[in-house]
Design a protein around this ligand. Structure first.
Ligand code: NIG
Ligand code: FE
Length: 414
């Protein structure tokens, strides 16, 4: 039993300065299965990292001298070691808050009713447009720092609270500045989040296709383009046009699909070869089979489900059993999921969506990496990014069982 305590919310890990380490005395090292559904929990194994990448993983008794010479020992003290977590779906750059939306929902109003009255996403659009670049940077920077205590080393962030050429670009520029501040970030153009009130619908879709996508691609401000396909947001036909324009400019597709109603978003994701289809609470059986066949990752967002007071009919179980690879993400945003606690999302994916603990661990590591089109993060295989976390328990699954309580006691390589 070790002598470590969980990290405080904004505590910086101390171990980052060591360029070469060998991790010893781990109760187990958790390695997600590349093609399977769960994780392997390797006992009596050691892990070597040099210059930010994993160089060796194997039985501690077989550790070659070439790996240990000149390396510092990271003593895991009988605890479990896991890959650094990946959060593949957030909207964490925004102004203001949505406390009053929550208050209204708690009195029985629905998300759709609040949005129809001009609340919802539009509230955050107004607050984001009127926030300065510095404000947007500072508030998002604080949110990103909190994530280290939750074990998250890589975060995807979407635009979508600008809804104009200028403000969508501004959001992506803030994300770019945060990347320069040292965070591992992926960015997504979600200009088609909801329909702006100050421009005609077709004209705005035209701006997304003719102006935003080309300039975002040229300036490399995003790798992905996303569309919220929903009644009251964008139609399948508009989404298809936006994704095709994105593809022409080298942007990969991801989609908010079937969140509030069944709208054929999953089927569209499969037909255009999206990397990820997200939410899916109202997905059809056809949609599930299409995602499996087209190898689109299904991203579960149990935080939004829970915060909106909805049910999932064991969505995770249905997807996994029909062969869809899954990820679990926070969806951090002020309206439907104001949380950065990804381990808690894994707990909820089990309790409310029917995953088992091994599936949930894979979904917040390698599954999430695959939802971002990456296989160099979310795992500890040789060649992967050398970033891991240590939990105050011998069993990796304790991270999922911990119900969001602090259990991560050290991180390395963040
Ligand atoms: O993923 N569904 C659309 N977008 C967000 C919510 C954004 C908001 O309400 O501000 C989501 O849940
Ligand atoms: Fe979202």
């Amino acid at each position: 039993v070790g002598s470590r305590a969980p990290l405080a919310d904004d505590e910086q890990p101390t171990s980052d300065l060591r360029p070469r380490v060998v991790v010893k005395n781990a109760a187990e090292i958790c390695v997600p299965q590349p093609d399977g559904r769960g994780v392997d929990r390797l006992k009596k194994h050691a892990l070597a990292i040099a210059d930010g990448a994993v160089t060796w993983l194997g039985p501690e008794s077989a550790l070659p001298a070439s790996e240990s010479e000149g390396s510092e020992v990271f003593d895991a003290e009988g605890y479990a070691v896991l890959p650094a977590l990946v959060d593949c779906h957030t909207h964490l750059v925004y102004g203001g808050d949505r406390v009053l939306d929550f208050v209204r929902r708690a009195k029985g109003m629905s998300y759709t009713e609040i949005a129809a009255e001009g609340g919802g996403i539009h509230t955050t659009v107004r607050a984001t447009r009127s926030a300065s670049d510095e404000d947007l940077f500072e508030t998002a920077h604080e949110r990103l720092l909190l994530r280290r205590a939750h074990g998250i080393a890589t975060t995807e962030i979407k635009s979508g609270y600008g809804l104009s050429i200028k403000d969508e670009l501004r959001m992506l520029e803030v994300i770019e500045a945060l990347r320069h501040a040292g965070f591992d970030l992926e960015s997504t153009l979600l200009a088609a989040h909801t329909v702006p009130k100050d421009i005609e619908r077709d004209a705005y879709v035209g701006q997304i296709i003719d102006v935003l996508i080309p300039s975002v691609a040229e300036r490399r401000l995003a790798r992905f383009v996303d569309v919220f396909v929903e009644k009251g947001a964008y139609t399948l036909e508009e989404a298809r046009r936006i994704f095709e324009a994105g593809k022409k400019h080298g942007l990969l597709s991801r989609i908010h699909a079937d969140q509030l109603t069944a709208g054929g978003g999953a089927e569209l994701a499969a037909s255009i070869g999206a990397v990820s289809a997200d939410h899916l609470e109202h997905i059809s059986d056809q949609g599930i089979d299409d995602l499996a066949r087209a190898h689109v990752v299904g991203t579960l967002l149990p935080g939004a489900l829970t915060y909106l007071g909805e049910e999932s009919q064991r969505l995770g179980r249905r997807l996994v059993d029909r062969g869809v690879e899954i990820a679990v993400a926070t969806d951090e945003n002020p309206g439907t999921s104001p949380t950065s606690n990804l381990p808690l999302m894994a707990t909820l994916a089990c309790a409310r969506m029917g995953l088992d603990a091994d599936e949930a661990l894979r979904a917040i590591t390698l599954g999430a990496a695959h939802a971002l089109g990456r296989d160099d993060i979310g795992t500890l295989k040789v060649g992967a990014k050398g970033a891991f976390l240590l939990i105050e328990h011998a069993d990796s699954r304790a991270l999922v069982a911990s119900y969001g309580e602090p259990i991560i006691c050290d991180t390395y390589g963040f």
